[in-house]
Design a protein around this ligand. Structure first.
Ligand code: HEC
Length: 148
């Protein structure tokens, strides 16, 4: 009986991780008619929505750098520390906070970067996305690679 419960808990844990942190699985759910539907069957968490906005903003910044235009940072990135996550215990962990602070520092560096260094500092920012994802949420890494 005890063992069965353990196995069940493991199973549930693995399932939750797959649902909230696997970009591949989600993309397959976004069928032609479902593009406007929430991707997560339980509704998207505040953190998941923020992450998508961060992704979109990073993509714009990449384009601005490639065109030699000044970059624009408009999102409130500090929300990464408080936004509600699909797995709240993950975002409350010390690891998460350490990675989040590194990320926030890389955004500050980007804000104060001059034209000569902005491309390198942008690369470092994407690395800081990757570092957190590698440890806590590997699913979206394939997508984040596209920002490099
Ligand atoms: C401090 C850790 C951390 C950092 C830094 C981080 N992420 Fe995330 N990211 C997460 C976690 C945790 C989730 C799962 C969110 C949830 O489901 O609530 C996530 C989810 C995502 C998702 C999937 C969102 C969805 O649709 O469910 C994408 C895409 C993403 N992140 C991209 C990025 C990008 C791009 C950056 C950098 C600009 C970044 N992340 C920085 C931890 C991080």
């Amino acid at each position: 009986m005890k063992i069965n419960l353990k196995v069940l808990t493991c199973f549930l844990l693995i399932f939750t991780v797959v649902v909230s942190c696997s970009e591949k699985k989600k993309e397959s759910l976004v069928g032609e008619n479902q593009i406007q539907q929430p991707i997560n069957p339980n509704g998207d968490s505040e953190l998941a929505l923020l992450m998508r906005q961060m992704y979109d903003e990073a993509q714009l910044i990449k384009e601005q750098i490639n065109k030699g235009e000044p970059i624009e940072i408009n999102l409130n990135h500090e929300k990464i520390l408080t936004a509600h996550a699909t797995q709240p215990e993950k975002a409350a962990s010390e690891e998460y906070r350490a990675f989040a602070n590194l990320y926030l520092q890389s955004i500050k560096n980007l804000q104060s970067a001059n034209a000569n260094e902005v491309a390198n500092i942008y690369d470092n920012m994407v690395v800081s996305c990757m570092t957190c994802h590698k440890v806590l949420c590997p699913g979206p890494m394939v997508k984040i690679k596209q920002l490099q």
